[in-house]
Design a protein around this ligand. Structure first.
Ligand SMILES: NC(=O)c1ccc[n+]([C@@H]2O[C@H](COP(=O)([O-])OP(=O)(O)OC[C@H]3O[C@@H](n4cnc5c(N)ncnc54)[C@H](OP(=O)(O)O)[C@@H]3O)[C@@H](O)[C@H]2O)c1
Length: 316
């Protein structure tokens, strides 16, 4: 089968469109024919070797965590899915491997694909929407009627975070983005949009229960005056200093500092499917690239300017 792999860490041109063996499945896995995947910044961080301490030096490495596809084989212990099911998933393999024609997917990380979405639209959902959901629901403990600010509202995670904050019944959702994304962020349901090229959101007069810094360009110290005394600041950047701050803030009363580390979850994807099918959640796709052009997809994602998601089409 065709897959995009790396044989060394480096710039987008280390991505090779190659012939590799089809994966063998374990008893709790399914073999999935992948119709679409999508790019997340972690994919190019792995490609660059930024997570070498975790991903090691054994090559080839397959990349890509998001899968939308069709089950073509099931392991002996799989009970919830059968051959022919359309599913979507965020892989739990260390480096991913979804940029491929076939991938092995653990039953526990998959859910049926939302029926109202194409494979491309569904492939944009898993990693980014799980991050938004788990940040706001599990780290922020968002309660109906609370106020939320999302910094980085126009990217892969942010476009889902705005919508998920609304569906968890936040009373006011503020999105921070640049001028060209104001209409997009409003369209996704933000009650207030702050253009970071014109206004410093940390100087706002509003007070929020949750500040979700998706792009990790701020800090709890900078956000202190806009964060409720019992509020939660959440970052997507699991740097050692941030993890230490998170540990320390848990020990003392007052504002909490949380670091999201997204978990693969079929149950959460099943919840998101319901929200999608009732029209409460949509994916925003900026560009799509064929599998053979994964290097161009990475180059674009790395600009940090994507509006929503960058999708990789693998089969039609
Ligand atoms: N820890 C975890 O589990 C986890 C999970 C998912 C993602 N992440 C991390 O979260 C980060 C965001 O991921 P993503 O998928 O949302 O990335 P992305 O899609 O590449 O984000 C791009 C967006 O960021 C916006 N942006 C750039 N600079 C900004 C700034 N200074 N202020 C506000 N917005 C800004 C851009 O809008 P403009 O062009 O308008 O600036 C663009 O729309 C990445 O570092 C990723 O690795 C971590």
């Amino acid at each position: 089968m065709k897959a995009v792999i790396i044989n060394r860490y480096g710039s987008p041109d280390v991505l090779q469109y190659a012939d590799v063996d089809k994966p063998q499945i374990k008893p709790d896995q399914m073999l999935v024919k992948v119709y679409a995947s999508s790019v997340n910044p972690i994919d190019w961080k792995i490609r660059k070797g930024m997570l070498k301490i975790l991903t090691g030096n054994r090559f080839p490495i397959g990349l890509g965590f998001d899968v939308a596809g069709e089950v073509v084989e099931v392991g002996s212990r799989v009970t919830r899915f059968q051959v022919g099911d359309a599913i979507y998933a965020r892989l739990d393999q260390l480096t991913g491997g979804a940029y491929a024609e076939y991938v092995a997917v653990s039953e526990k990380v998959a859910a049926l694909k939302p029926q109202t979405m194409s494979y491309e639209q569904a492939a944009a959902v898993p990693l980014a929407a799980l991050t938004a959901l788990q940040s706001l629901r599990d780290q922020g403990h968002l309660q109906p009627g609370q106020k939320v600010l999302i910094n980085g509202a126009s990217g892969g995670v942010g476009t889902f975070a705005i919508q998920i904050a609304k569906l968890l019944q936040a009373s006011q959702v503020a999105g921070v983005c640049s001028s060209r994304n104001i209409e997009l962020v409003k369209h996704l349901g933000a009650d207030q949009v702050i253009d970071y090229t014109r206004q410093d959101f940390t100087q706002s007069n509003e007070v929020y229960n949750i500040v979700f810094d998706v792009v990790g360009k701020s800090s709890l110290a900078a956000c202190r005056s806009i964060l409720h005394p019992q509020g939660v600041y959440i970052t997507t950047q699991p740097f050692p200093g941030n993890l230490l701050q998170s540990f320390l803030s848990a020990l003392i009363p007052g504002r909490k500092y949380k670091v999201i580390i997204v978990k693969s979850s079929g149950a959460d994807l099943a919840y998101l499917k319901q929200q999608i099918e009732t029209g409460k959640l949509q994916s925003v796709i900026d560009r799509t690239y064929p599998l053979a052009a994964a290097a161009a997809a990475h180059t674009y994602s790395e600009t940090g300017r994507a509006q929503g998601k960058v999708v990789i089409t693998i089969a039609s």
